[in-house]
Structure formats: C-alpha cells, structure tokens
Design a protein around this ligand. Structure first.
Ligand code: UDP
Length: 416
C-alpha cells in the first residue's frame, strides 16, 4: 500500500466557538448520508506546503463526522520529484522541455504506485499533478474505479497560462475523473471537458498549532531566540523558497523600506519540502541577495522553525508580506489575516480572494509598490491593526476549515 500519514485527532465540536453553531449543524446534516463512507486522499508529500497543511486538518475532521477517511502519500524518488516539480512549474506557465524520458519516468513511477493501492474506497481524491495519472492505470479495475469508486482531482495551482504541451499530456488524465475541484473559476483551462467542475478556495484550521492563539510574551520569546529584536518593526514573509514566491523581490522591497524606516527588520521563513529539490537553489539565491545584512533574517525548518514559530512570527510582525508572482491560494495570507495582521500581497491567484485592496491589506504588482505599502502601514500602526481585524473577520466568514468541510461533504454526497 501507499504510505499512510499519521494524523492527530480533531473534534468538530471544538470549532463551535470560532465557526458558529449553525455551521456545525449544517456540517452534521451534510455528513449524515456519508457516515461509514471510505474516502482516500492522495498527495505527493506529508510535509511542507499548503496541501499537506490542509489535509492534516481536513482528514481528521472527516473522521470526526463519521467518514472513514485516510491520507496516503506517493512513493517517489528524487528523480520523480525533480520531474514533478518541473511539471508544476510548467503548469504555472514555465517553459520546459517535456521529453519522452521524463514522461516515461513519471508514468513508470505512477504505475508502481497504482499497483500498491488497496481497493474498497468509495471516493479517492487526488491532489495536484503528481499523482494525477493513477486513475489511468486503474480505470479497468472494477474494485478501484467505475461504479464502485468515485475519483476527484483537486487542483491547487493556477493553470491560467499553463504550458500547452504539458497540459495536453495531463488533460486526458484529469478528464477520467468524476469531478475536479479548483481554487478559482479562472484557473480552469477552457479546453477541459468535464461534467462536474467545482470551485472551493482552501482554508486554514483556526485550532492548529499554526493558528491557535498564543500569548504575546511567548511570541516575543520565540522570535527573540532567532536574534530578532521584537522592539523594532518586523516585516515578514512565510513561504517556501520558490521563485514564484519572489523572496529576492521581497529583499529588494525591504531595502527601499529601510531607506524610510531605518530600524525595520525583515524575516523570511520557509520550509524545504521533500518534493521540492529546487528549494535549496532558491535559498542560495536569497542568501546571496541578503548579502550578509544583519537585519534580514533567513530561516527555514532546518533552523527548527516549525508551526509554533510560524504562528509567533505572524503575530509579532508589524506587516506581513506575500509577494507571490503566481499563487494557487496562499494559505499564509489567511494565516496572517486570522492573526489580525494586514497583508501586502502580490496581485496573483488566490491572494486576490483573500486581500481586499485597502480593506485588510494591499495588492501590489511591483517591488516599488510593495515597498510603498509596507512603509505606509509601518507609519500607521493603528490603521494597520484595524485592517488586520477586518482581515480576521473575512477569514472567519470564508476561509476556515469548517467551510471547506461542508463544501466537500456536499460534493461527495452529490457524487454517490
Ligand atoms: N509553511 C511552514 N513553514 C515554513 C513555510 C511555510 O509551515 O517555513 C507553511 C505555511 O504556514 C502554509 C504552507 O506552509 O501553511 C504554505 O502554503 P501556501 O498555500 O501559502 O503555499 P504553497 O507552499 O502551498 O505554495
């Protein structure tokens, strides 16, 4: 079998205070016909990145309403993940050479994984392009496809300008599925032919270690341990070291900020995912751009930056930045807004769903605009706090795990 991801237990009841009793009642009603259903989520990796973050909450919540849910990850290899990373970039618009040997390595590895899959699932949800071809190898297996098992592809990335060669390779695999789920309608390529195409933005778990309330002195102490001065303003971006997240652009914007706010500090924290061999290269580029600046702090999970530290950094920052050039959703934006911080975000993908320009943060298209908005927010801490509070309410309404749970229960119930 594929590798099972061990999960914490979560109880729906505990979400009543943040999500409201009405939402919980709707969830219970939608879950009723699915009690005992077997649901398998498959993704590339159990650690690092938004998909892992989502499933660590979604799967336990499905269990807490009586669904027999599991999360399993692919058996990959460095070569396979290097290829799927290129596919990921190509589907977001990068120009790559999609060679027959790459295609063969990809398909062979997926076939190996398909042969390891146990049967007996009512629903299989496949996340992102890495496991996408699984159904192709299983479509004639009555115990894993056809009437017995409904397959859904969840695409977390923006395919608006997908590389046509790579997309045409993957499109037939998508179309084998019973439904596909996208973050935004505009991400769906016009060429996709499917009866059931849904759009649900992802969400954050308000009770996870990443997001639960932390006392201010605790945040101060955790941040101080990294040599950061919590008495001076902190500008912070949390994201993987990935060119689309533009960490070097954030450093350039910060240099402009510091011309106006000399005591400002920048904190960039990003995990290195196991399916992201490119991460170390971008880390080195970012380190080079930092050029030994003692007020620019580059951290990663290698410095023991885990969920609790991220939580503290997002609370202690004066301004959060998510200067992505391209973005699926950008969970980090909702995470920051939930903590009452305003966000200066790149005008890209799902960031546009979360940040309402001038209301809970700002949308920017350039290094200069990013710098200007950060400077304005640093100059007006009261206004920044007010924007942050508005951000928290926007997340409560649209981007909590309970909303996503309800969307999925309704979709699965409708596919039975
Ligand atoms: N994250 C983390 N540690 C880090 C950097 C990021 O735990 O050092 C988390 C971050 O808090 C968020 C997720 O990884 O929950 C990133 O999700 P997002 O949708 O922002 O971007 P993705 O990595 O999926 O492109």
């Amino acid at each position: 079998m594929l590798e099972r991801v061990p999960l914490l237990e979560k109880e729906l009841e505990q979400y009543g205070n943040v999500a409201g009793a009405d939402t919980l009642a709707e969830i219970r009603e939608a879950a009723q016909p699915l009690r005992g259903a077997r649901v398998l989520h498959i993704s590339a990796t159990a650690y690092g990145g938004g998909v892992a973050e989502l499933l660590a909450t979604h799967v336990p919540l499905l269990r807490s309403v009586g669904v027999e849910a599991e999360w399993q990850v692919l058996h990959g290899s460095d070569e396979f993940f290097a290829i799927t990373k290129q596919v990921h970039n190509a589907l977001q618009g990068a120009d790559i050479d999609w060679t027959p040997p790459m295609q063969r390595t990809y398909l062979e590895r997926i076939l190996d994984n398909a042969l390891l899959l146990e049967d007996g699932w009512d629903f299989v949800v496949v996340h992102d392009p890495q496991p996408l071809a699984l159904l192709h190898f299983l479509r004639d297996n009555p115990a894993l496809a056809g009437e017995s098992t409904r397959w859904i592809w969840r695409c977390h990335i923006d395919l608006t300008v997908a590389n046509p060669t790579v997309w045409e390779f993957f499109r037939p695999f998508v179309e084998l599925h019973d439904a596909s789920v996208w973050t935004m309608p505009e991400f769906v390529p016009a060429s996709l032919k499917m009866d059931r195409v849904e759009h649900y933005p992802p969400c954050i778990d308000p009770l996870s270690v990443k997001n639960l309330d932390l006392a201010h002195p605790f945040c101060v102490e955790l941040t101080r341990q990294y040599g950061i001065d919590t008495k001076r303003p902190i500008v912070c971006q949390i994201s993987r070291y990935d060119p689309w997240k533009d960490p070097v652009g954030v450093i350039e914007a910060f240099r402009i900020v510091r011309d106006h706010v000399p005591d400002a500090q920048l904190l960039l924290a990003g995990s290195m995912a196991t399916d992201d061999p490119d991460g170390f290269r971008v880390w080195e580029e970012t380190e080079e751009a930092r050029a030994g600046d003692r007020d620019i702090h580059l951290l990663s999970n290698l410095h023991q930056v885990g969920s609790v530290q991220i939580n503290a950094f997002q609370r202690i920052a004066a301004v959060m930045v998510q200067k992505s050039l391209r973005e699926g959703f950008g969970l980090t934006v909702s995470e920051a807004l939930w903590k009452g911080r305003p966000v200066v975000g790149g005008r890209a993908g799902g960031i546009k769903l979360q940040v309402i320009d001038g209301y809970n943060g700002f949308l920017v298209d350039s290094i200069e605009a990013c710098a200007r908005r950060v400077i304005d927010l640093l100059a007006d801490p009261v206004g920044a706090d007010a924007m942050g509070s508005q951000g928290r309410e926007r997340v409560r309404e649209h981007f909590l795990a309970t909303r996503e749970l309800l969307d999925w229960l309704r979709l699965l119930g409708g596919l039975r």
